[in-house]
Design a binder for this molecule. Structure first.
Ligand SMILES: Nc1ncnc2c1ncn2[C@@H]1O[C@H](COP(=O)(O)OP(=O)(O)O)[C@@H](O)[C@H]1O
Ligand SMILES: [Mg+2]
Length: 309
């Protein structure tokens, strides 16, 4: 199922190219859109909603042309904007009912859905409070509630964890996962924290300076790299002895925190590295705690090499 399709989608602001010829296809499930600040994430989302006009290229959202069918797209899509958009002197319950009504729900349905949605995002007890008194985390939850209360066919979430502490971030990502995986609504979610969306996304799109760097299944980012991480018992001295002995046997290695990073990828027989590591620990009478296969991370593609630390 294709939910979003873009072809050469470009947005320029004067001489600045905010989005540069993006061609990609987004399907069901959760797609994470990651990139540093200024990478073009919000520009892409606003183009998809028909709120911005492309400089060149095309895109379709749920089969609708972004250039000519913006109104129809915005009727079908739930959108959580990046910046604070909540009226401070309005109670959450009234706001969510209002947003439901704006999306075409009858009054009684809008009220029922608003109560359900606020419970869902964890604001049941605070629903009668003015939103101006909300913490950042509660505001983000209210913004999420207004994006889903009308049961949209697609949800676009722009930096839903922005400004949150780690525990609230985690709660927010769990809510995102529920929307995508339990309710089965396709989600496009952005973050400038490159590793944050690995846990909840089925696919990841990486933007860098308006250009598509990578678009693939999350699992493809987190494949084993071939590098091994070794831990031995004892202090720095044991680690140092082990490292020296491994290097003496031709295994490229270096310290990484309290571990030793062994990179056998350039050797004729990389698969033998594990045996060499075990034998070396025995020879030195060092306790071998673990040999662990390193997995890739999304950050790695910005460095062009596996993550350190
Ligand atoms: N209205 C605008 N006018 C001029 N430049 C803009 C405007 N909106 C965004 N930009 C620029 O476009 C680039 C992409 O911005 P944006 O899409 O907001 O990135 P992100 O959401 O990934 O942080 C940035 O360099 C930003 O400064
Ligand atoms: Mg943005």
């Amino acid at each position: 199922m294709t939910v979003i399709q873009t072809a050469g989608l470009t947005k320029q602001y004067g001489s600045l190219i905010a989005l540069n010829g993006l061609s990609t296809t987004i399907g069901a499930g959760i797609t994470g859109l990651v990139g540093a600040n200024g990478a073009g994430k919000s520009t892409l989302i606003k183009l998809l909603l028909g709120l911005l006009t492309p400089s060149s290229g095309d895109a379709a959202v749920l089969g609708h042309d972004i250039r000519t069918q913006g109104t129809e797209i915005r009727r079908l899509v739930g959108y959580m904007p990046e910046h604070d958009c909540l009226p401070p002197d309005v109670r959450a319950i009234d706001f969510i009912v209002h947003m439901g009504r704006m999306s075409g729900l009858p009054p009684n349905v809008a009220r029922e859905r608003a109560a359900d949605t606020l419970r869902h995002v964890g604001l049941a007890d605070e629903r009668y409070r003015l939103m101006g008194s909300y913490s950042t985390g509660m505001k983000q939850r209210a913004k999420l509630a207004q994006a889903i209360t009308h049961h949209p066919k697609l949800v676009l979430l722009d930096e839903p964890t922005n400004g949150m502490d780690p525990a609230s971030r985690d709660d927010m990502l769990t809510l995102v996962s529920k929307i995508g995986h339990d309710f089965g609504i396709p989600v496009l979610v952005t973050s400038h924290l490159l590793g944050e969306l690995e846990r909840v996304s089925d696919n990841i799109i990486v933007l860098d300076g308006g250009t598509l760097l990578r678009s693939q299944a999350t699992s493809a980012f987190t494949e084993v790299t071939g590098v091994l991480l070794v831990e031995v018992l004892g202090e720095d001295q044991s680690q140092h002895r082990m490292g020296e002995a491994l290097a003496a046997q031709g295994l490229p290695c270096r310290p990484r925190g309290s571990l030793i990073e062994v990179d056998p990828r350039g050797l004729p027989e990389p698969a033998k590295a594990r045996d060499t590591i075990r034998d070396t620990a025995v020879d030195l009478s060092l306790g071998l705690v673990r040999i662990q296969a390193e997995h890739g991370q999304i950050q790695d593609i910005f460095r062009g090499e596996p993550a350190r630390g």
